[in-house]
Design a protein. Sequence first.
Length: 194
Amino acid sequence: MISKRLNLWVLMLVVLLVAAGELAQSNQKHDQVSVLNSAADEKTVVRFFYYPAGDYIRIPLLFRVVEEGNPLLNTAPMREEGRTAYISLSDMHELVHGLIQSGLGWQESKTVEVLGSYKDLTLVGIGLDTMDVRIVSSHGTARAEISPKAICMILKPLDGALKTPRAIWELQIFRLDYGCKVPGFKPDAYPDHY
């Protein structure tokens, strides 16, 4: 009788330990959810900003998601946060994927940053030595830096990630502003940019 009770206690203990282990693995997987290993969603924003010391004020370039059929799609108005190109969710997936594949050293935080006005230079920084790249999503914020010498090399392949014509054009004119070559660029394609 004692051996049956002991076996029952041992069995219950084993079940408890297995359940605790599965719960710990589940929590660990939940803790590993991040911006870079999660799919982009409607709240994902990508921002590029570089304001070299002693230079004129530069405007950040942002990409935001809107639904197909939204009148903002394929536009790029000036907003408080900077020039904002509105793209489809599939474009955002490709843009984020391209950035992740670019080899940048990303730092992630579970904090979902609120991107402030580019006019508030205390929020965006003055005299940056590198281009600041941020991916803000519902999972948090990922940040990386691009050295001035690598801007053209890192940003050029992102043209292929985008299908929205205005977004491609905005990325190209943004690169031109940093001395990159953009063959075939049509500066007058979107006169409302100025």
